[in-house]
Design a binder for this molecule. Structure first.
Ligand code: PMP
Length: 308
């Protein structure tokens, strides 16, 4: 927190903090994976760039440079030695400062680290069930989807809780025009006739780092990727559908509402993309080696003399 390693139990913020009351904080979700050469952080610089862009949108002066933030994330990961890890840098105003447009409070950076799990359940690699949410995405001229801000997740929360209460693993949110937008914490792709389709920024989505990775992998595998507005009917009749996100990774979709997607799950193209993606994060795909930042191992503490 603000440059110091703080014990998990002591990582407190004031109850009257601006960020807690108004949802004005920007954050990232990043994964560190085990590789043959130690742990590595996936697309660190892209996440840090998005964090700083999100802060700019909300006019939060970022107290650190991008390289400083990256270095702090690497050091947090090295200190925790947890893999796979989910790393959560957050820029927030943590001092007591009420008043919605109060910008005086200091902007702080904290980086949390927890053992990573699968956002859509331990078995999400073999397919999840999703429903079309009754909660739509707000338009970006109300709440910019480009920024990964805490307050955006009010919408994801409502959609996610509604889906869970109905027995689904995930929700598919539509934009205000009724086109497909994204999941509560993932982007969405569909496959039809050997091509991939995914909504563009005009659907008020977050431009996911995993989405970018999937686009690159699919293109390199020879599958064209097309960004366009997608209707619910195009989703329901797709050959394959999958979600992409840092915490969810790549999660094929088995059913949408009561409609089965395609004939088998994961579909053949989703399977190929998943294989390359999971090899990449383990450091087994030289082509995408630049997406991984190695984490130096911290030397083991020297044992104190006289104790065993
Ligand atoms: N959309 C939303 C709303 C998200 O919260 C996330 C997770 N950050 C994504 C998409 C996927 O983004 P990424 O691949 O960068 O994790």
């Amino acid at each position: 927190m603000d440059g110091k390693l703080v014990d998990f139990a002591d990582a407190h913020v004031h109850v009257l903090s601006h960020s807690l009351h108004y949802g004005i904080a920007v954050f990232e979700g990043i994964r560190a994976y085990p590789t043959a050469r130690g742990s590595a952080i996936f697309r660190l610089e892209d996440h840090v760039r998005r964090l700083v862009s999100s802060a700019r949108i909300y006019q939060m002066p970022c107290p650190y440079t991008e390289p400083e933030i990256s270095q702090a994330i690497i050091e947090t990961q090295a200190a925790n030695e947890v893999v796979p890890a989910y790393l959560r840098p957050i820029l927030y105003r943590g001092e007591p400062a009420l008043g919605v447009k109060n910008q005086k409070g200091k902007v702080s950076l904290a980086i949390g680290s927890i053992p990573a799990r699968k956002y859509l359940g331990a078995n999400s690699d073999s397919g999840v069930r999703a429903k079309i949410s009754p909660f739509r995405k707000p338009r970006s001229d109300a709440i910019p989807s480009f920024a990964k801000a805490a307050g955006n997740y009010l919408n994801s929360y409502l959609a996610g809780v509604d889906a869970a209460q109905d027995g689904y693993e995930e929700a598919v949110l539509l934009d205000q025009e009724g086109f497909i937008a994204e999941g509560t914490g993932e982007n969405i792709f569909l496959v039809r006739d050997g091509r991939l389709y995914t909504p563009g920024l005009e659907a008020d989505i977050l431009l996911g780092v995993t989405r970018e990775s999937v686009k690159q992998i699919a293109t390199d595998l020879g599958f064209p990727v097309i960004e366009k507005p997608l209707s619910v009917n195009e989703l329901l009749t797709a050959d394959e559908v999958f979600f992409s996100g840092t915490y969810a990774e790549i999660a094929p979709v088995r059913e949408i509402g009561h409609t089965q997607v395609g004939t088998r799950c994961p579909g053949a193209i989703t399977r190929q993309i998943m294989d390359v993606f999971y090899r990449t994060v383990k450091g087994e795909e030289p082509k995408y080696a630049s997406w991984l930042t190695p984490v130096p191992t911290v030397p083991a503490p020297v044992p104190r003399a006289g104790r065993r």
